[in-house]
Design a protein around this ligand. Structure first.
Ligand SMILES: Cc1cc2nc3c(=O)[nH]c(=O)nc-3n(C[C@H](O)[C@H](O)[C@H](O)COP(=O)(O)OP(=O)(O)OC[C@H]3O[C@@H](n4cnc5c(N)ncnc54)[C@H](O)[C@@H]3O)c2cc1C
Length: 479
């Protein structure tokens, strides 16, 4: 559709023209450590958080890097609406709206530490926004639901996850809650972790939560698109990046590695770091010669990565209430988020984040997905969603198209899904097995390879970059 096409067609020149507030230029350089003598080139496939950080660390050590990015912009799943300059319809939002990553987890996490260097204003979700929970088509705060045993049971289950010691089953089975509690459980224990509650494993999430070392502060940045922060932090490697270059095959049979792109151009390098999304690898988006080792393929297949979708809908009225941040428990929209909360007086934009089979179902409806979501909001808020959705004003002052956007990550050939998750029967060990380098030549990074409990997040992507950079350096030093 037109909007999606507009999102995909953003050119390189446009992204190069991003306006970065001067505060963003004042980033402290991390200590690069000693130089590592290496005459060859390390290719990095993918310019998301993992690829950019890997390139940054390696080049700060004097290692020659080349980054290949299939798309026409940097950041991967860190992508902000404001930067999609070719969109014909504009949102009324005077604050950044995100197409992918929306929330930063941890003030002392890998991502939190980058953001800290910029002294940007944070909006703490816990202390500056309130949550609402939908039960029986009514949205109310936890206080207003006081005494509701289903809401309490869902919250107790979530709070107990870090110490979950039960069977290796899905969240849904592990929680064992009533039918009335299922949509809330799906929002908070399924969708939140990358799929539905009958597909995400309780043990995998518990293991990850127990491994995580950073604090649990969840926040937004008040005025800066997250994509700008990523681009600014890694601006030092921009000159090493080749956009619009999808690597289709990696031949590591010989002494040199031969990379072939979508135009059959070939590049020879000594080492390669693969950071493309797990779902791209699982569906053969990049082929390897020789084929990947069986243990790696088996680990990849045990990790899940389902469809994901973000809708952004502009309204003329904030009918969901002052101070509301997240609205949990929807069936069409398991995570509604009032993204302008505490950022703007005119916070009238809802984002809807959907992972798993529901995302695929909505995606298959095409533009009908908007009607499905509006119908749910209408039933909760007495028809106000349809009444107050903003429409484009035509030249003759009549109202035109409804103002909304979608980022269909599952349909995009360079992502093929949202985030990785651990289904029942898998564990963090599968992420470790997936990340294992091959012959000190082919290395793996990206959020799905994270070992530190942050899989499925920007922290996971950045952690994996630190790990893989160290693996590459060790392979050079020990050669
Ligand atoms: C809807 C949604 C909401 C999210 N919300 C949050 C959140 O609130 N907080 C949070 O921390 N995380 C969130 N995440 C997850 C977070 O965005 C990712 O974990 C992180 O950005 C992944 O970084 P990465 O570098 O591993 O992968 P990516 O960012 O996916 O980078 C991989 C890159 O590889 C490129 N590529 C693919 N195929 C090829 C090829 N053949 N050749 C060359 N390049 C290729 C892609 O174009 C992409 O740029 C969300 C993700 C989604 C989709």
């Amino acid at each position: 559709m037109k909007r999606r096409k507009a999102i995909k067609n953003i050119g390189v020149g446009l992204t190069a023209g991003w306006l970065l507030p001067s505060v963003l230029a004042a980033c402290k350089k991390d200590d690069p450590g000693p130089e590592v003598p290496f005459n060859g080139t390390v290719a990095i496939i993918g310019a998301g958080a993992a690829g950019l950080y890997t390139a940054d660390i390696l080049s700060s050590k004097g290692i020659n890097v080349l980054v290949f990015e299939a798309g026409n912009q940097l950041g991967g799943r860190v992508r902000s609406l404001r930067n999609q300059r070719e969109l014909t319809i504009q949102t009324s939002a005077d604050f950044p709206v995100e197409l992918g990553t929306e929330i930063v987890y941890g003030t002392n996490s890998a991502w939190g530490n980058i953001i800290k260097n910029y002294t940007l204003t944070r909006i703490d979700l816990n202390s500056q926004t309130t949550e609402q929970f939908i039960l029986e088509n009514q949205a109310k705060s936890a206080a207003d639901w006081a005494g509701d045993t289903d809401l309490q049971a869902v919250r107790n289950f979530i709070n107990g996850l870090p110490t979950y010691g039960g069977a290796d089953v899905s969240m849904q089975q592990a929680a064992g809650l009533s039918t009335r509690a299922q949509a809330l459980l799906n929002s908070l224990a399924g969708n939140r972790f990358g799929s539905s509650s009958d597909r995400v494993g309780a043990k995998g999430v518990a293991e990850a939560l127990a491994l995580t070392e950073h604090d649990n502060v969840a926040y937004m940045i008040k005025t800066n698109p997250l994509q700008d922060i990523i681009t600014s932090r890694f601006s030092g490697v921009v000159g090493k990046i080749q956009l619009n270059t999808a690597i289709k095959s990696i031949n590591y049979a010989g002494e040199k590695i031969v990379l072939t792109d979508q135009n059959s151009n070939q590049t020879e390098v000594e080492k390669v770091v693969v950071t493309v999304p797990l779902a791209v690898l699982k569906t053969g988006g990049v082929t390897f010669t020789p084929g990947l080792p069986a243990a790696k393929v088996s680990a990849m297949n045990k990790i899940g990565m389902d469809h994901a979708l973000r809708l952004i809908i502009d309204f003329k009225k904030n009918f969901w209430g002052e101070g509301t941040g997240y609205l949990w428990g929807g069936t069409q929209g398991p995570a509604y988020f009032n993204t302008g909360v505490a950022r703007s007086e005119f916070y009238r934009t809802l984002t809807v984040t959907v992972h798993g089979p529901k995302a695929k179902q909505l995606s298959d409806m095409g533009d009908g997905m908007l009607d499905a979501v509006l119908a749910e909001l209408d039933s909760i808020y007495n028809g106000q969603a349809t009444l107050f959705i903003r429409k484009v004003l035509n030249a003759d002052a009549t109202e035109g198209e409804r103002v909304w956007f979608k980022a269909d990550w599952g349909k995009d050939e360079f992502f093929k899904g949202g985030i990785s998750f651990l289904p029942p029967g898998s564990s963090v060990q599968d992420r470790i097995n997936f990340s294992t380098p091959i012959n000190n030549k082919v290395f793996f990074a990206g959020e799905a390879t994270d070992h530190k409990g942050d899989g499925g997040t920007v922290n996971g992507a950045l952690n994996s970059a630190e790990r893989v950079a160290e693996e590459v350096v060790q392979s050079i030093i020990n050669a």
